[in-house]
Design a protein around this ligand. Sequence first.
Ligand code: IMP
Length: 426
Amino acid sequence: MPTVAMVGAQWGDEGKGKVADVLSAEAAAMARFNGGNNAGHTVVIGGDKLVLRLVPVGILRPGVRCYLGRGCVVDPAYLLEELARLAALGVAVGGLKIDWHCHLILPYHVALDRAGDARLGRWRVGTTGRGIGPCYADRASRLGLRLADLYDEKQLGERLGALADRHAPTLAALGAQVDEGRVRDELLAAAPKIKPYGADVPPLVRGELAAGERVLLEGAHGLLLDLDWGTYPFVTSSTVHPAGAASSLGIPAAAITTVVGVVKAYQTRVGEGPMPTELADDVGARLQQRGNEVGATTGRPRRCGWLDLVLLKYAVETAGITHLALNKLDVLDGVSPLKVCVGYELGDKKWDRLAMPMDHLACAKPIYEELPAWQGQVAGARAYDRLPAGAKDYIRVVEEYVGVPAAFVSTGAGREDGFLRQALWP
Ligand code: IMP
């Protein structure tokens, strides 16, 4: 049985919630492998919109077993809030298994993230303010607290004390305060509610593989936000690359047989950092408004622009993407003319691939290929042959440039809007 990893192929917000929901219809198990509640995976079922930030989207499919790998970071208060929200909707959350080794996002991390980023001037990242970077930094510094610490009150107190001491001078310099006693009390109060979800996740996921079950690995964010492969320093702090799924879940990298790269039919970015095809004109405003491009986590308007095929090819090659899920094609209905970026001009040189340090993207001038607008409507189409000819051409141009097929095409927000062109599970 193949194991399918789903990753964002742009700067996040590609519509991974919807694709994860479609793919989970045939999955037996589903695991999130990176990030925390900085993600926002949106699913629209019967007109009702639901945003999941931490729990795998498969929780919405009765019977799908859900896991969080140790590459994820967990804010205890947020986790309980999301579980309560789901339970109130009648979703069975009791079977969720969270790796004991997941690191905990604490109020220290949130305070450091917010006050720290604001001080960076032109290097400000524009984070989601959820404490993600400082939490992963503490993990690397061997200071972090993990879910396992919730099982031992003495250990929890000692480790929290060490973490609080280490951060006290920085917090004071930033003018931020965190009350250690209060953090400890909140953790101890949350512990009995969280412990039932704690588990040794790797053997469970390996068991799924050994039993030949269909396992869907749900990545958060997008490859261009990956700590190593993104537009550093304007990135998140986790591994978005699908290899991170193997490490997060303790499964062989070779077990991942299919990598679905989720991409929007145009480009968006939220937060700071270079975006060569960004449009500051009416077309950008139109994409923003028609695509409802507002951050699912922070409510910030997203920067919008033409699809950047150079960056998409980079993502396909770097992450070993085997299939694309092309989202929001309907947003381009009526946009005339259409453009896609096929290269960059930088100084007196032209590039048709990303053979330059990522930082240079800030000065790269896009080279566009213009495509005719299509007649007719993509919105709501549920079969490839219902698409206007021009929309089929657009898909073909994307596929030819990046060299992998668009196996799924989405034509609207709802679960039913769109179609598979190729099976992703055998
Ligand atoms: P952090 O992940 O909160 O540290 O934010 C780092 C950068 O990644 C910021 O530019 C965020 O806007 C961006 N980012 C993080 N998660 C997402 C996401 O799920 N979608 C889009 N952008 C994100």
